[in-house]
Design a protein around this ligand. Structure first.
Ligand code: CP
Length: 347
């Protein structure tokens, strides 16, 4: 197991490249055991709290199912029905959950400048590992699964491979920025040349852009940006077109005072999204990438808007392999970080 016992997993930037590689090795081993029907009871009698401020299908079930498969118990907590909704602080929540269990995982991704801060406050208050299940800055359990999937397809040496991370149109909701931010920061460290494409209003957080640039310089890879989806797709080995919200409007959520104001901001986001309906991943776009290119998406995808059914269900799509890898990587992260709590004679 990697030497991450007792450590938090909040941003991939907090880990060394070796630590991330170790997690990937562990996920690969856990996947093989799962498919062979072999047990992996690495966290017997441990408890992890899964605190959600937003909806989830993959992440929640990867962690709940993964905890069961490791012999642990996962407790699902909807923030709205906890005392957080009455104002209980991140610090107090962290102290209390940390005193009862062995790990805390949190999704807090809807408001820029809020989620990461909340998760780090919880982490400061407790000595049990705190895992980020998606915040405003990073979605590090998703990007680890993405990297695992890319390695499964192309092998571990990804030098010279081009990854196109592109904005795509969505009419459903203003999606967090954390997936593209997580991708540009992580993949530039693992050999890939990354091109980021988006319309002008959809820029990402400065700190993530700076980190991606620095990572690329340190790793000898390239990080480029464009406002042209076609240019990003040209000769790409991996395309990852997905939607996210317009930065300035997403930031307004932080200062919104109630549901009505949040609703108005959401409507403005979707109206702006609608100006860019041409940003869809269809077979014409796929034809611009290499013929061996794979299509990726963290899911859920807006079919008919972000991507056509033909591409999502087509032979180049690896989205369901990618989704399954959420389970194996979640297990690797929990197993690596959650330590045994020694029993005393009083316990
Ligand atoms: N990709 C992802 O995080 O999916 P969920 O929102 O369903 O957890």
């Amino acid at each position: 197991m990697p030497s991450l016992k007792g450590r938090d997993y909040i941003e991939t930037q907090d880990l060394t490249t070796q630590e991330i590689s170790d997690l990937l090795d562990s996920a690969k081993e856990l996947k093989a055991k799962f498919h062979a029907g072999e047990p992996a009871l690495l966290l017997k009698n441990q408890t992890i709290y899964l605190l959600f401020f937003d909806k989830s299908t993959r992440t929640r079930n990867a962690f709940e199912t993964g905890a069961t498969q490791l012999g642990a118990h996962a407790v699902f907590l909807d923030s709205k029905v906890t005392q957080i909704s009455h104002g209980e602080t991140a610090r107090d929540t962290g102290i209390i959950l940390g005193a009862m269990g062995h790990g805390i995982a949190i999704r807090h991704d809807l408001v820029l400048d809020e989620g990461n801060r909340f998760i780090r406050e919880v982490a400061k208050a407790t000595d049990v590992p705190v895992i980020n299940m998606q915040c405003d800055v990073d979605h590090p359990t998703q990007t680890l699964a993405d990297l695992m999937t890319i390695r499964e397809v192309f092998g571990d040496d990804l030098r010279g491979r081009k990854l196109a991370v592109s904005w795509a149109y969505s009419p459903s909701y203003a999606k967090p920025l954390s997936v593209p931010q997580g991708l540009i920061t992580l993949m530039t460290r693992f050999g890939m040349d990354v091109t980021l494409a988006h319309p002008p209003e959809y820029h990402l957080m400065d700190r993530c852009m700076e980190a991606a640039q620095k990572n690329a310089e340190a790793s000898g890879t390239r990080f480029e940006t464009t406002d042209n989806m076609d240019a990003a797709f040209k000769d790409a080995d991996i395309v990852y077109p997905k939607s996210w919200g317009p930065y300035d409007l997403m930031l307004q959520r932080r200062d919104a005072t109630g549901d009505a104001e949040m609703h108005t901001i959401e409507e403005k986001c979707l109206a702006l999204n609608a100006r860019y309906k041409g940003w869809i991943c269809d077979s014409e776009k796929m034809a611009m990438a290499r013929h061996t290119a794979v299509y990726m998406h963290c899911l859920p995808a807006d079919r008919g808007a972000e991507v056509t059914d033909e591409v999502l269900d087509g032979p180049q799509s690896v989205v369901f392999q990618e989704a399954e890898n959420r389970l194996h990587t979640a297990k690797a992260i929990m197993a690596a970080t959650m330590r045994e709590r020694p029993f005393t004679s009083a316990s």
